[in-house]
Design a protein. Structure first.
Length: 134
């Protein structure tokens, strides 16, 4: 792979990871807003606006991440690229536990699991063989 192609493939991989995580977070917010709107008995349709907005943004982000992923598949072996998607789980966990709007709890076991995911991703990415390039 040339330097330009490698840079484009890395950008697509990064975009896929980040947009996938962003999509999951936005869809979670959308569902949270939908649940909140459902609790408002007799609420008008405008109460659904935030839920629809967040969910739509999440689906759009996820769709673009899939397009980026197709570019990744054209450039990297699946056995190398797919485990790197584990970084999206790390991003989702980090944001979900640090963003007050989501307010999810960070527990020692979840932190350990996240560290293990990062360790696995590091091992997979460091063991790529030169002959693996598509």
């Amino acid at each position: 792979m040339s330097a330009g192609t490698r840079g484009a493939a890395l950008a697509a991989l990064t975009a896929s990871i980040v947009l996938s995580a962003a999509g999951q977070l936005a869809m979670k917010l959308g569902m949270r807003e939908l649940h909140r709107a459902g609790e408002l008995a007799g609420a008008d349709w405008s109460a659904l606006g935030p839920a629809v907005t967040w969910t739509g943004a999440g689906l759009a982000s996820y769709a673009v991440s899939m397009l980026a992923w197709l570019l990744v598949l054209a450039r990297y072996p699946l056995s190398y690229a797919y485990p790197l998607l584990g970084l999206s789980y790390v991003l989702v966990y980090a944001v979900a536990t640090h963003w007050s709007r989501l307010g999810e709890s960070a527990t020692p076991l979840r932190v350990l699991g996240t560290v293990l995911v990062v360790t696995g991703v590091a091992l997979v990415s460091s063991t790529r063989e030169r002959g693996d390039e598509a």
